[in-house]
Design a protein around this ligand. Structure first.
Ligand code: ZN
Ligand code: ZN
Length: 64
């Protein structure tokens, strides 16, 4: 059971999800943010990272 979902499909890693985004949704989405040197292309991915790596929820607007 994958954590990453889009279009009713599941992906094993965010990398796969991002690849799907690029291929299926017209690519070059701007990253919604970055943290720890990693760019995130979905807010969900960023929030998941913030939660699992830093124990907090990303604020809705603050750039960090
Ligand atoms: Zn999709
Ligand atoms: Zn981080």
């Amino acid at each position: 059971m994958g954590r990453w979902q889009c279009c009713g499909r599941e992906f094993e890693s965010e990398e796969d999800l991002v690849r799907h985004d690029v291929e299926a949704h017209g690519a070059a989405r701007e990253a919604v943010g970055s943290c720890c040197g990693v760019k995130f292309y979905t807010r969900q991915g960023l929030e998941d990272h913030m939660r699992s790596a830093h124990g907090k929820t990303a604020p809705p607007e603050d750039p960090w």
